[in-house]
Design a protein around this ligand. Structure first.
Ligand SMILES: C[S@@+](CC[C@H](N)C(=O)[O-])C[C@H]1O[C@@H](n2cnc3c(N)ncnc32)[C@H](O)[C@@H]1O
Length: 258
């Protein structure tokens, strides 16, 4: 069953994680965030909204359709007055026209039914010269081989049916680029290997899998299947070493000409 982002049980699922340097470096290689106004659409618990502020953004508004996610994001913002969070849909954010230098959408677009409407809305929010930055996994990203650094790959070895779930919902790189171009943006795409987390011990990683934390695909498995996955991962991952959990993503950058 797909994840319910509004279920109180999931309120912390996208919280409690710090953004890694691999993500910060990738963003800084594309643009200079200092002094910019950022709209983080599908902001979840605000992990990346906080990262944009730490990179020097003047303001960050997080938009999410889940009140539960927004309340966690507000708690975690710890009173930083550069951050605010509003309830809204990615296709109708309620934010003003031309109010953002950056529209950022991470791990959002594979959850939305009408990508065209989401791209049109992102374009509406952008100022001339602004960047729309979409980060998501394509079919190629999902199919990356399993390894100790890419343990997500084991999911599909153990439960091949999950690959069908992923392939049905993941954006096609060229189709999304075309929608962005049709909206008037100059588009480039990049591959990003982002360290999602460094788990000091294998067991801390396994505990997150057991709790289905921060990985919506695990909501497609029942409790017995999750337990089986944990057993397989325990057998494959080295004992006594940290798990450097790394995922491959695609970054679509669309610049609105000045
Ligand atoms: C996988 S989480 C990603 C959260 C955050 N961007 C991150 O990377 O940590 C997806 C988020 O998108 C939100 N979401 C899903 N569909 C949405 C929509 N149509 N409009 C706005 N937010 C949406 C969910 O509530 C959830 O918080």
């Amino acid at each position: 069953m797909p994840i319910d982002f509004s279920a109180p049980a999931n309120r912390k699922t996208y919280a409690g994680r710090e953004v890694d340097a691999s993500w910060r470096d990738a963003v800084r290689s594309l643009l200079d965030p200092a002094g910019l106004d950022v709209a983080d659409v599908g902001s979840g618990a605000g992990i990346y909204a906080r990262a944009w502020a730490e990179l020097g953004a003047a303001s960050v508004v997080g938009v999410d359709s889940s009140p539960v996610m927004l309340s966690t994001a507000e708690e975690e913002a710890r009173g930083d007055d550069r951050l605010r969070f509003v309830l809204g849909d990615a296709a109708a954010t309620t934010l003003p026209d031309a109010s953002a230098d950056v529209v950022f959408e991470r791990a959002l677009v594979h959850h939305v039914p009408d990508l065209d409407a989401v791209v049109t809305e992102a374009r509406r929010l952008l100022r001339p010269g602004g960047h729309c930055l979409v980060q998501d996994r394509t079919a190629d990203d999902v199919r990356q081989a399993a390894s100790a650094r890419h343990p997500r790959g084991y999911l599909f070895e153990v439960f091949p049916r999950l690959l069908d779930v992923e392939l049905a919902r993941r954006p096609d790189a060229e189709a999304l680029a075309r929608l962005m171009r049709e909206a008037g943006l100059d588009v480039t795409t990049h591959v990003l290997w982002e360290v999602r987390a460094v788990h000091p011990h294998r067991d801390t990683y396994l505990e997150e899998i057991r709790r289905r934390k921060g990985r919506s695909i695990l909501h497609e498995l029942d409790d017995r299947e999750v337990a089986r996955l944990v057993d397989v991962l325990a057998a494959r991952l080295p004992v006594g070493e940290p798990v450097v959990e790394t995922d491959r993503w695609t970054l679509w950058t669309g610049v609105l000409p000045s």
